[in-house]
Every structure is written in C-alpha cells, then in structure tokens.
Write a protein that binds this ligand. Structure first.
Ligand code: CMP
Length: 136
C-alpha cells in the first residue's frame, strides 16, 4: 500500500448530467483527496494525443469525437493505492458490466459515454497527470 496520484476525468456525459459533485464525493468518501482540478473543453489534438494508445482501435475516432463534445472535469486524486481505489470506484469500462454501486453503474450511459476515465496503472497515472498538469 503506497501513497499515489492518479488522473481522473469526468467525461462530457457526467458533466452534462450535473453529477460532478456526486462523483467527487465518492472519491473523497473513499479517502482520496483532490489535489488539482480544472474544467476544460478538449480539442481534437488534445483528446487525440491523450488517447494515442487507442489510435489503431476501431472506436478511436468516435472516442475523440465524443471527448470533445462538451466540457470535462479533469482532476488529480491522491491517496493510498489511488490508482486501484479509483478504478474500483469507477467500475468496469462497460456500464452493463459495472458492479452495482460503482460510478459507471450509477451514472454511465454506454461504453463510450461512461462517465469517468481513470488511469489504469501507476506508470500511466504519472504520464496522464503530467499531460494535464505539467506544473505538478
Ligand atoms: P476510458 O477509461 O476513458 O479509456 C478508453 C475509452 O475508450 C474507454 O474508457 C471507453 O469510453 C472508450 N471505448 C469506446 N468503445 C470501446 C470499446 N469497444 N472497448 C473499450 N473502450 C471503448
């Protein structure tokens, strides 16, 4: 168990549904602390390079299109085992498979509009945090 930082994005569907506060409350309730945050609208270049790892996947163009469709809330969460804790709180990528009580089970519409993104490893967390918050 170690103190970690991880990147969280509340995606356009989460912001549109007005559940930013409810989602952040779940992070805080689990002992994670928001140490940086900003609301922004991603452009194609930013969303495309953030999801570069999925470039060859059939859903890439739709994903970039979706992530630029409205404002997102980007934050850095800090706490014990933050990467795993955040992923446990989010639930499975596809809300149809997400466990009851997880963020995606409660707030997501589809595998694409799935309410939140969270870093999937400590290594990617470091990359994603510095992508959005180079000053940290
Ligand atoms: P996220 O955790 O942000 O990482 C990549 C995103 O691609 C994922 O959440 C989904 O929203 C999106 N995506 C869209 N279609 C698929 C798919 N078929 N399989 C996995 N991810 C998908």
């Amino acid at each position: 168990m170690s103190n970690q930082r991880t990147l969280s994005i509340i995606k356009p569907d989460g912001v549109k549904k007005n559940v930013v506060g409810q989602i952040i409350s779940r992070f805080e309730g689990a002992g994670l602390k928001v140490v940086a945050a900003k609301m922004m609208t991603l452009d194609e270049g930013l969303a495309g390079s953030f999801y570069e790892v999925h470039k060859e996947r059939p859903f890439y163009a739709d994903l970039v299109n979706y992530m630029t469709s409205g404002p997102v809330f980007v934050s850095v969460l800090e706490g014990v085992d933050a990467v795993k804790q955040n992923r446990d709180l989010m639930g499975a990528t596809d809300p149809k498979e997400a466990a009851a009580g997880t963020i995606r089970a409660d707030f997501a519409d589809s595998i694409e509009a799935n309410a939140v993104h969270g870093s999937d490893s400590e290594e990617n967390a470091a990359k994603e945090v510095s992508f959005f918050f180079p000053e940290l």
